[in-house]
Design a protein around this ligand. Structure first.
Ligand SMILES: [Zn+2]
Length: 308
């Protein structure tokens, strides 16, 4: 059965009216998946420990954020008003991050029905990201037996600036960001591999640029595990992205990544990443495709005989 990680608090913290963050999409996606007869099993995480977060972030930043003492200017950069519920949500989702990695190493594949907080840096957050779950996933994976190299493949439309900066001095973590070249964030510290794409890039040009580079990166780096950010804000209708992929183009991208990993016996931990639309119902089928792509790419994982 395909392990899916989810907790109801993912869609539960207060936001001002009209805020751009698609808070309800996590709940909507979970509810939709429950109505389908898919070979999946849901797992609910417990909140992460402080130790997990301090391993990659400035302990002073972490304390200020957890206790509600972060200067207002820094909260504004994150883009959320501080609340106890926001902290509970963040800690629980980081618990989901490590749970996702554990299940992926056991089953070959796991999906976290949130995540992709790639704009969080060592001592500040930005762009709706408090703590960098992709780095936490990579660091957690590296503590597990048989994992010496991890590759973070970030296909969210926005550059993975926080991840690039945090992983800069970690030769065992390779970062690969595929993003729109003219989009948030304005400062883009170099990933190990960056593929900036022009505004308006469509399916075929995207896949022709990305997949051969992915083949090269996998062959050269030979990771023991892949952390995959499958953001759907590359979609042509996205409110915050400037690429022009169709739903089918996103599906081909996901199948391209997952089938290559499956072929090379590389476990994958995937997060659903970004996706923005005034009507959050539009995002559900786009994120749902990732689950379908995983079921098609990792048939062994979903064998009903397998205990996960
Ligand atoms: Zn994004």
């Amino acid at each position: 059965m395909l392990p899916l990680i989810y907790h109801p608090v993912y869609s539960d913290f207060p936001l001002p009216e009209g805020h751009r963050y698609p808070l309800q999409k996590y709940r909507l996606l979970f509810e939709r998946l429950q109505t389908l007869a898919l070979p999946v099993r849901f797992h609910q995480p417990a909140p992460a420990t402080r130790e997990v977060i301090d391993a990659i972030h400035d302990p002073n930043y972490v304390s200020q954020l957890l206790e509600g003492h972060l200067p207002l200017v820094k909260m504004r950069r994150i883009g959320f008003p501080w609340s106890r519920a926001l902290i509970t949500r963040s800690l629980t989702s980081l618990g989901g991050t490590t749970l996702m990695v554990d299940h992926a190493l056991r089953s070959g594949f796991a999906i976290h029905l949130t995540g992709g907080y790639h704009h969080a840096h060592y001592d500040f957050g930005s762009g709706f990201c408090l703590f960098n779950d992709l780095m936490i996933a990579a660091r957690h994976a590296l503590t597990q037996p048989g994992v010496d190299k991890v590759m973070i493949i970030d296909c969210d439309v926005h550059h993975g600036d926080g991840t690039a900066a945090l992983a800069a001095n970690h030769p065992d973590i390779m970062t690969f960001s595929v993003h729109c070249e003219k989009n948030f964030p304005s400062r883009k510290p170099p990933s190990d591999l960056d593929l900036p794409l022009p505004k308006g890039t469509q399916d075929q040009d995207y896949l022709d640029a990305f997949l051969p580079l992915l083949d090269l990166a996998l062959a050269q780096h030979r990771p023991d595990m892949v952390i995959y950010d499958a953001g759907v804000d590359v979609h042509q209708d996205d409110a915050l992205g400037y690429l022009s992929l169709s739903a089918n183009g996103i599906y081909q991208r996901d199948v391209g990544v997952l089938s290559r990993c499956a072929y090379n016996d590389i476990p994958v931990a995937a997060v659903i990443g970004g996706g923005y639309h005034d009507d959050q119902h539009h995002l559900v089928p786009l994120h749902e495709q990732l689950i379908q792509a995983a079921i098609n790419a990792f048939p062994a994982t979903i064998s009903p005989l397998e205990v996960s």
